[in-house]
Design a binder for this molecule. Structure first.
Ligand code: ATP
Ligand code: MG
Length: 477
């Protein structure tokens, strides 16, 4: 089914191959263009720039004692004919390394410097600092270049002109060698592109294929799979995220199983009791008013326990589905906590609890008062249920900067460190606690949802054998 959906779609391998080929072709086009179209121009401008560099050397030395040696060296190193004329065009310096083939030298000797005048006037016409011309020397058959530049020097009496003649090396043989090489380069590049494609594809797609295989097994309900994405960062991150998601899903699945088991257990126990006591009244105590009242009371207590469980479950599902609307009101925190304490007056008197409210200055807070009651009652009920025999319980109000902190502490046996992060989880219960003390295991989960919905910070700290403190903080002005 899934396979059919992807029929006709290209895989990673095809895409990588296409991109590699496109890149290769682009590289080759660039190289071929450079070789065929731009090579001669490039060579010429490189030549001009190297001549102008030599010209600078000559000009710097012009008029100094080094002049002669510099001219000779430059002419010798570069196979040049160097001529410097005065502003009129009469040669004042002549350094010829081209022998009788030099056009400039011949021009001076046979032609009264006609050609030199011509070039000089071209330079003046162009208005540039220098002027270059190329021509084919018939004898011998080579290409040559003549470079001309005006010499400005403050310490020389008048202006002068520098002429440099040199051969432009024939490039045809070089070009044909390079072009032959280009064919090999093209073949090698295509082969390399193919190998790189296979390599990249293997590296990129292998972890994805592996993760897909694992995901299929996971989709079939196997929670024991492990996603592995070795090779590169993205695949490793993907595997990590999938492993986290899998663990979360496993938790939810385990929780659902536990929840159903716990709820059915909690429903069955009171129902069994109700049935047993109802039968007892029918068969034995129906005529005995004292016994009957006692048995009816058990039935009422168990029914209360049942309705408590059902209410808690309803509350929690409403809170968790995000259907809770907060009825926010402003009220005095001291009044609220005093009200809560009044509700516990009977319990304190009858059962001898040492339960006290340690108040601070009054502050006005904004919250949903009924929901806040629920949180405080849950914390206090837990403290009552889990405190030790001296029955000490404290409700503390601590005013802080821009917030009020409410703490409920007991000095019971505390909660083990590794269990602390779980106490706010739905249906978490310490297995060692006796059933008659414990309620539904949903109290703290409800508190967590209410506090989260308000956006209040909350938490718990506990030391085994010393006691536990649950707290939350209400922001205020
Ligand atoms: P109910 O839904 O009736 O409140 P419950 O008290 O068992 O049932 P929670 O209030 O959610 O459920 O508490 C979860 C568990 O956390 C308790 O069963 C208990 O093991 C542990 N616990 C909570 N408060 C305390 C406390 N003050 N001291 C020690 N353990 C506590
Ligand atoms: Mg509780």
């Amino acid at each position: 089914m899934i396979r059919d959906t992807f029929k006709g779609r290209r895989g990673i391998q095809t895409y990588v191959w296409i991109y590699c080929m496109v890149l290769t072709v682009l590289i080759l086009i660039t190289i071929w263009l450079c070789q065929y179209v731009f090579l001669y121009n490039y060579y010429q401008s490189a030549k001009i720039s190297s001549i102008s560099h030599e010209a600078d050397r000559i000009i710097t030395a012009y008029g100094t004692p080094d002049e002669e040696i510099v001219n000779r060296t430059v002419a010798y190193e570069n196979n040049m004919c160097i001529i410097i004329t005065d502003s009129e065009g009469n040669p004042v310096v002549r350094e010829n390394n081209l022998g009788s083939f030099s056009k400039l030298n011949n021009d001076i000797e046979n032609n009264y410097s006609m050609y030199i005048y011509e070039i000089k006037s071209e330079l003046q016409k162009s208005g540039n600092v220098n002027y270059t011309t190329t021509f084919s020397n018939k004898d011998p058959d080579v290409k040559e270049m003549i470079y001309c530049q005006k010499i400005y020097k403050d310490d020389t009496p008048s202006q002068a002109y520098l002429f440099i003649e040199c051969t432009v090396e024939p490039m045809d043989s070089t070009v044909s060698i390079i072009r032959e090489q280009l064919i090999y380069i093209t073949i090698i590049l295509f082969e390399l592109a193919f190998i790189v494609t296979v390599f990249i594809t293997m590296r990129v797609s292998r972890p994805i294929v592996q993760i897909t295989k694992t995901a299929k097994r996971f989709g079939e309900g196997d929670f024991n799979v492990k996603f592995e994405g070795e090779g590169y960062k993205e695949a490793e991150e993907l595997a990590l995220v999938l492993n986290d998601a899998k663990n979360e899903l496993r938790k939810v699945s385990d929780l659902r199983k536990d929840l159903i088991a716990n709820i059915s257990h909690d429903l069955r126990t009171p129902l069994t009791m109700v049935k047993a006591y109802a039968e007892m009244i029918r068969d034995l105590s129906g005529d005995n008013p004292v016994k009957r009242a006692e048995h009816v009371q058990v039935i009422i207590d168990e029914a209360d326990r049942l309705s408590n469980l059902v209410n808690n479950l309803l509350d929690l599902s409403k809170l968790e589905s995000g259907n809770m609307e907060l009825n926010l009101q402003k009220f005095s925190i001291v009044d609220k906590l005093n009200d809560c304490m009044t509700r516990y007056q009977l319990v304190i008197e009858q059962n001898g609890y040492d339960m006290k409210y340690e108040a601070d200055d009054d502050r006005e807070v904004t919250a949903d008062p009924d929901k806040l009651d629920q949180v405080i009652y849950n914390f206090l009920n837990n403290a009552i249920n889990y405190t030790n025999d001296d029955k000490v319980i404290r409700l503390k109000q601590i005013n802080m900067d821009k917030k009020v902190r409410i703490e409920v502490s007991d000095n019971g046996k505390g909660i083990a460190k590794d269990m602390l992060p779980k106490v706010f989880d739905r249906y978490y219960r310490d297995a060692k606690v006796k059933r008659d003390v414990v309620g539904t295991g949903l109290g703290l989960a409800i508190c967590k949802e209410i506090l989260k919905c308000h956006g209040f910070a909350f938490g718990v700290r506990s030391e085994e054998g010393k006691g536990t403190t649950f707290w939350f903080e209400i922001p205020c002005k």
